[in-house]
Design a protein around this ligand. Structure first.
Ligand code: BMA
Length: 316
């Protein structure tokens, strides 16, 4: 039995696996959970960061509005499914991830600069007042994902160096910092190695600590004759040297199939930015953007994911 090392989350959103399904990740039957209706003048609300907060849940959401500006908006929920989003911009940018490190909420996101995107970092004690730190890296980078605790006394951040456009390449790196300001000791983590992710890969939700190391969901992109397809994969990295990949599934665990994943502003996108985990039951709830248009939710367990990774291990 694989084990989550972390907090109990008895109110984690949850649905049992549907009868007859053998998929490693199954979708919430009422998807999507957030649509453009949640924010006035929104064009789309999709890649979302979600975290347990004071008995309920808090989130940071990517909103594109009717001027096609991209920005982050805060939200709250009692059950992780029904959300109230604020009607104001937290920061310009997109693709937020949020975690709690030593009691401090830490946000990372893709932040614009005059010459391409960087990884913005901001911290908050109450999920309301945020202090923006220095940007973590020089442009251009995306998919900045913090680990939920220091490893070897240092903060850890996945990044994905890239170019200015909808970049046709992408590999995951890990950088470390003593103070959330100065980042270095950069290490290569993964590059595309399989057909379903052959164009680029990027880190996904905050890594989940498990008995074997760090369980990391990520996205992988395939270029088809009709454009990019974004699917969800998973790997386990070393607990003390988290840039070292121990196991990695040789297949995607979820790929765009439902209408809300295949039809929208950018078709065929399942883009995960958050995972809730309950250490008591091993349940995992995954939030992902569908077709760059809506927020969707899916479920799995740590046993199911770890079993899939081990049975189909690219590293063997
Ligand atoms: C990435 C980011 C994501 C988006 C994805 C698919 O480069 O822009 O926000 O979901 O492309 O379009």
């Amino acid at each position: 039995m694989a084990k989550i090392i972390g907090q109990s989350l008895p109110n984690i959103p949850w649905q049992d696996r549907p009868a007859g399904s053998s998929e490693p990740i199954w979708r919430y039957t009422e998807n999507p959970v957030i649509t453009r209706a949640a924010v006035k003048d929104a064009n789309s609300i999709f890649n979302a960061a979600v975290i347990p907060f004071r008995g309920g849940f808090a989130g940071v959401f990517r909103v594109d509005d009717v001027t096609r500006s991209q920005f982050l908006v805060l939200g709250k929920s009692d059950d992780g499914i029904h959300w109230q989003l604020e009607d104001k911009t937290l920061y310009p940018g997109y693709d937020p991830r949020v975690c709690e490190i030593d009691g401090l909420y830490c946000l990372s996101w893709v932040a614009p600069t005059p010459t391409g995107t960087t990884i913005g970092i901001a911290v908050s004690e109450d999920f309301e007042h945020w202090e923006r730190k220095e940007d973590a890296v020089l442009p251009v980078s995306r998919n900045g994902v913090l680990f939920p605790r220091k490893v070897g006394g240092e903060y850890c951040l996945f990044t994905r160096p890239c170019d200015k456009g909808h970049t046709p390449y992408g590999e995951v790196y890990l950088s470390r910092s003593p103070d959330l300001t100065y980042w270095g000791k950069h290490r290569f983590v993964i590059k595309p190695q399989q057909i379903w992710e052959s164009t680029k890969v990027g880190a996904g939700p905050t890594p989940i600590e498990i008995d074997e190391g760090w369980l990391c969901f990520y996205h992988g992109v395939l270029t088809s004759c009709n454009g990019f397809t974004y699917s969800i994969g998973a790997m386990i990295t070393d607990r003390d040297e988290p840039w070292k990949v121990l196991h990695r599934a040789d297949r995607y665990l979820l790929a765009p199939r439902e209408l809300y994943e295949t039809v929208g502003d950018v078709p065929n996108v399942a883009f995960p930015c958050a995972a809730l985990a309950d250490a008591d039951t091993g349940r995992i709830a995954l939030y992902y953007g569908g077709a760059d248009t809506v927020v969707a939710l899916a479920f799995t367990t740590v046993d199911e994911v770890v079993k899939t990774i081990h049975e189909h291990d690219l590293m063997k």
